[in-house]
Design a protein around this ligand. Structure first.
Ligand code: ATP
Ligand code: MG
Length: 427
């Protein structure tokens, strides 16, 4: 029979890597909760209209990256490509927006992109969203939360914060017109992607990776000159707050973000260590989105971090996180031995719940079971044979004696096993 493999770009995460994922998830949960954010769990599938209306019809995501299908009833649904839209939908629908809300979520997202290192079709994001505050102190809080997280993960040195303000929708409209007017005279010199975007989504040209396009833009209009007074004041205040808190940043006037719903502050945390997939976390203000999705006007700001990219950074660090090891492997030869081993091991799990014990399964000779015990990487084997059953004892054999040291082996009464293991395997 031919083998059925996973879908391209949708990866298995194996036990050898999950220790790293769990460390990341634990650290995030601890940091966000220390800022008073509450976890919200959202559906993976939403109505297609939700993403079209929020992310924007002419964005890369909606135009060519969504997994959209009709369900059996003929209704169009989409696997979520990001989390903000669903979070806003839920906050409106569940009536959460009467007060300031600080929410976070984590889980898989889906985009039909070209798979490569740090870019999958099923990937994971953790998102953090704050609703109900329009002032830049909230922007600062979110950025400080990220900075603390990088610190706790040991990644602070790998991250650079890039910051910009894209102003109000009006300011952006005026700038967009000026940019299009400028670029229309140079259309032949633009790269292919940028030519395509010139009339659909011209702001995206600003973050073109093409050097010639970037050079062209040097002579073009600057978004900064179009910002309204309020956006300028808020941006200066945010910079002041970040300086006061000792957070370093770089102002990047070409940072725009690929989703329609942003206004004022936008930011990205970027690393040099992941090549082209260098943006690890991205976000910004989206004061208009709640109303756009049918709620009452509510200012908001949020960001999303790419979990795969964070895991790649963590795995690159000098001290790799060791996969969870096994403490003891239970060897039992004979039916009666198996009964006694099973019961005693259950008791041990009550007494020493932090211990990781693997019970041999599938029978076999003493020799073959001991081979498995050795291979398991366990510190010790707990052995039940005929002698042990008869004497109500168990043999504890160390499996990881260092060079020159003799492997120790003791036979102890069943009731002494707990204490023996406490001492032998203290960790
Ligand atoms: P990029 O420019 O890398 O495509 P983006 O602007 O599309 O990113 P966002 O929609 O802002 O990304 O998502 C926030 C973060 O989620 C990104 O900074 C990145 O870390 C991560 N991310 C986005 N798309 C993917 C993907 N296909 N695979 C893995 N991580 C992703
Ligand atoms: Mg993208």
């Amino acid at each position: 029979m031919s083998e059925i493999t996973a879908i391209r770009g949708m990866n298995d995460i194996l036990p050898s890597d999950t220790a790293c994922w769990q460390f990341l998830e634990r650290t995030i949960a601890a940091v966000v909760s220390s800022y008073g954010y509450g976890e919200i769990r959202l559906p993976v599938v939403e109505k297609t209209a939700l993403f079209k209306r929020s992310i924007g019809e002419v964005t890369d995501i909606v135009e060519k990256e969504m997994y959209t299908f009709d369900d059996r009833n003929g209704d169009s649904m989409t696997l979520r490509p990001e989390g903000t839209a669903g979070c806003v939908r839920a906050a409106i629908q569940q009536g959460l927006l009467n007060t300031i809300q600080r929410l976070w979520y984590t889980g898989p997202m889906f985009r039909y992109e070209r798979p490569q290192k740090g870019r999958q079709r099923q990937f994971h994001q953790t998102g953090v969203e704050a609703f109900g505050v329009a002032t830049p102190d909230m922007d600062a809080e979110l950025i400080l939360l990220c900075a603390r997280l990088w610190q706790q993960l040991g990644l602070a040195d790998s991250m650079e914060l890039q910051l910009n303000s894209i102003g109000s929708a009006d300011a952006r409209r005026a700038y967009r017109a000026a940019l299009v007017e400028f670029l229309e005279t140079k259309v032949d010199m633009l790269d292919e992607d940028s030519q395509r975007r010139l009339h659909s989504n011209p702001l995206r040209i600003l973050d073109s990776k093409n050097a010639q396009t970037q050079a062209l833009l040097d002579d073009g209009p600057s978004l900064e000159d179009f910002l309204d007074e309020e956006a300028q004041a808020d941006f200066s205040r945010l910079c002041e707050l970040l300086q006061a808190a000792g957070v370093k940043y770089v102002v990047n006037r070409r940072l725009v973000r690929g989703l329609d719903y942003y206004n004022k502050t936008v930011f990205e945390w970027v690393t040099q260590k992941l090549g082209a997939q260098g943006t690890v976390c991205a976000g910004g203000r989206y004061d208009g989105l709640v109303a756009q999705l049918g709620g009452k006007a509510t200012p908001a700001i949020g960001c999303a971090m790419g979990m795969e990219r964070l895991v790649l950074l963590l795995l690159e660090q000098s001290e790799p996180l060791t996969a969870s090891h096994i403490d003891a492997y239970v060897v039992a030869v004979g039916e009666e031995a198996q009964c006694q081993a099973l019961a005693t091991t259950e008791k041990l799990r009550d007494q020493l719940p932090q211990l990781r014990i693997v019970q041999h399964a599938g029978g076999g000779s003493f020799k073959s079971q001991m081979k498995k015990a050795d291979k398991s990487g366990a510190q010790a084997a707990l052995i039940w044979g005929e002698d042990e059953v008869a004497a109500q004892t168990v043999t504890v054999k160390s499996l990881r004696a260092s060079d020159g040291e003799r492997a120790t082996q003791v036979t102890v009464a069943l009731q002494d096993l707990e204490n023996t293991l406490r001492t032998a395997l203290a960790h």
